[in-house]
Write a protein that binds this ligand. Structure first.
Ligand SMILES: Cc1cc2nc3c(=O)[nH]c(=O)nc-3n(C[C@H](O)[C@H](O)[C@H](O)COP(=O)(O)O)c2cc1C
Length: 474
């Protein structure tokens, strides 16, 4: 099997949607759909009336039509709800209702089905190890739709390859869930038994490739040796990449702007990566022809880039954010800040300064804190032995009452709501407050205007990015 040379990075939530992945995939490369918050994205699209009918066309092919009818009955609004007062779905908990599990299976199925429809290119999904509870369901839904690659970042996804193997064989599978304060006697997990949800004779699942996103030799080596199942390759991601970055080895050192400082210990030795004998790709400011050539010269299969594709016509960002970002890049005035506090995960998160978004302190303090999507909630064991859920971006009192440290709440932002606002689906509250976006990009952001055919243009397409990347080989 020859793996694709260019991977369009998974960008959550909904930035790398099926439109983008399909375009990249049709052109012979790996188009990746993000599955982060895909359950909410699905039900919000239905509440917007699913203009064009794509979502409902994909749902019509789902193997369990009784669930499709239930979901349509509950969420589909013929002419759209007209504002952003979306119906909420339950937040994930260990003992999640079957309805939520099925919704996640359906949501990733729909996205992959649409990305793969009408051509023979390969499609991947991206999920985060940090958002553990929905993953087994999202992966399964994607597999039912024939996903070719499962790509997992933000953690040590040791169990995922084994889960994929079991699910491909239609076997019951489970994924351990991290709970802070858990003891040896505890065994928290999410389970999926395909026979509980589907007639096994009516479903087909093939085993996709599994790629892990790593930022150190140690992590690559651990996964190569100790993963429960087959790892098919690594995406080595450097700290200049958009989205979350792995924290530096040496904690507590910041530059004048307040960004974490990465040092020699954070360097990845590519010779050692190569010596592991797995295919690998390089990511983090690799979205240009020279870096692509450099990656290939270093023995990589190719590159993964997100920032390059993030603002193209097919991506999920709103038109307003794309226009503002492209303007900034044309003037080379885009400021990218590696924010050590913004993300509830505690990982550094890259933020592009854009007016009217949460990158502005004035917008950040205006936001009434609330936690209603809950993807980044951390699980902890309470004194009474039950499991609690908390997020440093929730109301401070609530977080502290659950045993959270107050200092963690400082400058912490609700990424769940901001990221879904980025794609034009902001939550609107009774008070009238509408959630604001927060845009993440990589350090190479100011180069995106190079994808414009001329500087008079205001937009570019995924195919323009691919043309540009392949320039070295022409
Ligand atoms: C807008 C945006 C959102 C991203 N979201 C995710 C994500 O949800 N999961 C993930 O593993 N990586 C995410 N990334 C990282 C990309 O998948 C990719 O690895 C990265 O963009 C490569 O570096 P580059 O930004 O310099 O091209 C995101 C990147 C961007 C720009």
């Amino acid at each position: 099997m020859k793996h694709p040379m260019i991977i369009q990075g998974g960008m959550g939530a909904g930035v790398s949607n099926w439109h983008l992945a399909k375009e990249v995939s049709k052109n012979g490369f790996l188009g990746v759909v993000s599955c982060t918050a895909q359950d909410n994205i699905l039900v919000r699209r239905l509440q917007e009336g699913d203009p064009g009918g794509d979502v409902r066309r994909a749902m019509a092919a789902f193997p369990d039509q009784s669930f499709v009818h239930e979901a349509l009955k509950k969420y589909f609004v013929e002419d759209g709800i007209g504002d952003c007062r979306y119906k909420q779905i339950p937040m994930f908990i260990l003992n999640a209702p079957n309805e939520l599990k099925k919704l996640n299976i359906l949501a990733s199925y729909v996205e992959v089905f649409l990305a793969k429809e009408g051509h023979s290119g390969v499609v991947g999904i991206n999920v985060l190890e940090k958002i553990q509870m929905p993953n087994i369901y999202l992966i399964y839904g994607a597999m039912l739709a024939g996903v070719d690659y499962v790509i997992v970042g933000a953690g040590i996804p040791r169990e995922i390859p084994g889960v994929i193997e079991k699910l491909a064989n239609k076997e019951k599978s489970s994924l351990h869930i991290n709970v802070e304060g858990a003891g040896k006697e505890d065994d928290y997990k999410m389970e999926l038994d395909p026979s509980e949800f589907f007639q096994l004779s009516e479903i087909k699942t093939a085993k996709p490739y599994f790629l892990a996103i790593v930022s150190s030799n140690t992590l690559a080596m651990t996964l190569a040796k100790k993963a429960l199942g087959r790892v098919d390759g690594f995406i080595v991601e450097y700290p200049s990449a958009g989205g979350h970055n792995a924290p530096p080895r040496q904690r507590g050192a910041f530059n004048e702007a307040g960004e974490p400082i990465y040092g020699n210990k954070d360097l990845v030795d590519l010779k050692k990566i190569k010596a592991l004998g797995f295919p690998f790709w390089l990511a983090g400011s690799y979205g240009n022809p020279e870096k692509l050539k450099e990656a290939l010269d270093n023995g990589a299969e190719g590159i993964q880039t997100g920032t390059a594709f993030a603002f193209c016509q097919e991506s999920g960002f709103t038109e307003d954010l794309k226009r503002k970002a492209i303007e900034l890049s044309k003037k080379l005035t885009g400021n990218v800040f590696t924010d050590p506090k913004a993300s509830p995960t505690g990982f550094p998160f890259k933020v592009l300064d854009i007016k009217g978004t949460l990158s502005e302190f004035s917008e950040y303090i205006k936001r009434p804190r609330s936690c209603n999507l809950g993807y980044l909630r951390q699980l902890f064991k309470k004194e009474n032995g039950t499991v609690g859920y908390r997020c440093p971006a929730e109301p401070v009192d609530a977080f502290v009452a659950k045993g959270g440290h107050e200092e963690k709440t400082e400058k912490c932002k609700c990424l769940c709501n901001a990221l879904i606002a980025n794609i034009g689906m902001p939550t609107k509250y009774e008070s009238g407050y509408i959630e604001k976006p927060l845009v993440t990009v990589g350090d190479c952001f100011n180069k995106i205007s190079e994808f414009l055919k001329s500087q008079d243009n205001q937009s570019y397409f995924a195919a323009d990015v691919l043309d540009y990347l392949l320039a070295y080989s022409k």
